[in-house]
Design a binder for this molecule. Structure first.
Ligand code: HEM
Length: 508
């Protein structure tokens, strides 16, 4: 009996001892024998991803701030994970994310989008190149120019709705309105049928708020990669029973993306109007890359990448212009002077992108807004898998090391942009040499082979919206402080404090 009990007890004890010994040896290896063991940083981060998990999942998108703190303690290079370093060095950004660099995206970090076969989520550099090529003609300058009238119509529609609300004397939530505009623009172009959110009564308030929950879930998915598939497979009746209106809308839109992807993949008569159709028609990728599942992933990431980002940039620009009377005055003056000049016989020169994209003050305002909004707040995690060390200046790192940097670090560097948190369009109104220096570090759309494919579309929407809204309306901030728009949580996109209601204004 005594012997049996002893034998019975030793199995779990032995297992526990073996596990503890295993974990201890991995920890010791990572701390003292790993090729990154000489890189400074917290010991816990070197041992385990649980460090990242604690800050991003438990505390809710706080790792970016912890990383900033770590740089203050350890210097420009910090080991933030067993196989990952984070670098804060604006000169290195330009060098590292260079177009000629052959970098993979880190598949672990980008798992949050649960779309590893979409252009955005594809890790491998060569596979990505082909997938990006399959849609790049839709985002080239020439293609975006042909989209101008459609963008103009959306901005005009937004202005008509704002005019109605101005007459009613009701506060307007511009955070929601701008996100609707951005989502309509992206979905109209990328898919056979758009979402048409600008027509929703309250500018899809509840739906827009879902972005926060979905993005937070996505961060958890990075650590526990079954979470998003489980959510996607929730039966509709369960969603109906448990979700808010916005949750149901988000669920329906996801189903609609899949339906439209299937239509594009199986269409008998091929159209070439939407990006999805264009991918199906492309010779850059094999037929095996034109499945419904891959097209759905492409649609999901395009909508995700294009809506929140543009919305954040527009709300940031608008807030700062309204909060700075002198900036508002100068911007309105430039717009009024432009509107009064008949350009190419156009009724409204402010609706002509070729005219407004060169306006100096408007451009300075948009640059400054993009610098401060940092619509992509997450780290840009890359791996150089070539069989040679990533070597540059003081950074000599073994192949396979994940190297990350943050756009925000460039944009808030005191040495480049003095008084970095202040909104000062004037800093962009400088001579060509100084402008070139500022632009070197200005990377709102990233840089290199993985930079934003939608940059030209985004810029056109920013110019047309800011010019037309500020020309047509004046406004006062309505119970909105800077804190209501500033990053408090990083879920790859920045999110303000939970209690924020976004940018609200009274139109005049
Ligand atoms: C102000 C608006 C926008 C900003 C600031 C922005 C910023 C960025 C940044 C920084 C990246 C690189 C992300 C990374 O390395 O992980 C990126 C990638 C991307 N963006 Fe944008 N974006 C904007 C609008 C758009 C729009 C309108 C679209 C689509 C219609 C779009 C589609 C994409 C896609 C597909 C990628 C992945 C590109 C690739 O890996 O080949 N973005 N964006």
């Amino acid at each position: 009996m005594g012997f049996k009990l002893f034998a019975y007890l030793t199995v779990p004890i032995l297992l526990a001892l073996v596990s503890v010994a295993g974990i201890a040896s991995v920890a010791l290896y990572r701390l003292y024998f790993h090729p990154l063991s000489q890189v400074p940083g917290p010991k816990l981060a070197a041992i385990s991803r649980l460090y990242d998990f604690y800050y991003d999942c438990i505390l809710g998108g706080k790792f970016v701030f912890k990383i900033e703190e770590l740089h203050k303690i350890y210097g420009p290079i910090v080991r933030i994970g067993p196989n990952e370093v984070h670098i804060n060095d604006p000169d290195f950004f330009d060098e590292f994310y260079n177009v000629t660099s052959r970098l993979d995206k880190d598949p672990w970090y980008y798992a949050f989008v649960a779309s590893q076969d979409a252009g955005f989520g594809t890790a491998n550099v060569d596979l990505h190149r082909a997938r990006r090529k399959a849609m790049s003609r839709f985002f080239a300058n020439s293609a975006i120019s042909s989209l101008e009238s459609s963008s103009r119509e959306k901005v005009a529609k937004l202005c008509r709705r704002l005019e109605g609300m101005r007459k009613e004397g009701k506060p307007v939530n511009l955070s929601n309105a701008f996100r609707c505009l951005a989502a309509d623009s992206v979905t109209d172009y990328c898919m056979p049928r758009g979402f048409n959110l600008l027509d929703s009564i309250d500018f899809a308030d509840d739906y827009n708020r879902q972005a926060r929950t979905i993005s937070y879930i996505a961060v958890w998915h990075r650590h526990i990669p079954i979470i998003i598939p489980l959510f996607m497979r929730m039966p509709k009746w369960f969603v109906e029973m448990t979700s808010t209106e916005g949750g149901k809308m988000a669920f329906d839109f996801q189903a609609d993306l899949a339906r439209q992807a299937a239509e594009a993949a199986h269409a008998e008569k091929r159209s070439d109007k939407s990006v999805l159709d264009g991918i199906v028609n492309s010779d850059a990728i094999p037929e095996s890359d034109k499945t419904v599942d891959r097209l759905t992933q492409e649609a999901r990431t395009l909508v995700g990448a294009g809506s929140e980002t543009t919305g954040i940039a527009l709300e940031t620009i608008t807030f700062h212009v309204l909060a700075n009377p002198e900036v508002r005055r100068r911007l309105k003056q430039e717009l009024a002077e432009t509107a009064s000049k008949a350009t190419k016989g156009l009724e409204n020169p402010l609706a002509d992108y070729a005219t407004i994209r060169h306006l100096p003050y408007l451009t300075a305002v948009i640059n400054e807004g993009l610098r401060l909004s940092n619509s992509v707040s997450g780290r840009l995690a890359r791996v150089d898998r070539r069989n040679k060390d990533t070597e540059s200046k003081s950074y000599v790192l073994p192949p396979g090391t994940v190297i990350s940097m943050a756009i925000r670090a460039n944009h808030t560097a005191e040495t480049i942009y003095p008084d970095p948190l202040a909104f000062k369009p004037e800093r962009w109104l400088v001579g060509p040499d100084e402008l070139k220096r500022l632009e070197k570090y200005f990377v709102p759309f990233g840089r290199g082979g993985r930079s934003c494919i939608g940059k030209e579309l985004a810029l056109m929407n920013l110019y047309l919206t800011v010019a037309n809204v500020f020309h047509a309306f004046d406004a006062d901030l309505y119970h909105t402080a800077r804190r209501d728009l500033e990053i408090e949580h990083d879920f790859f996109s920045p999110f303000p404090p939970l209690e924020s209601k976004g940018l609200r204004v009274m139109l005049k």
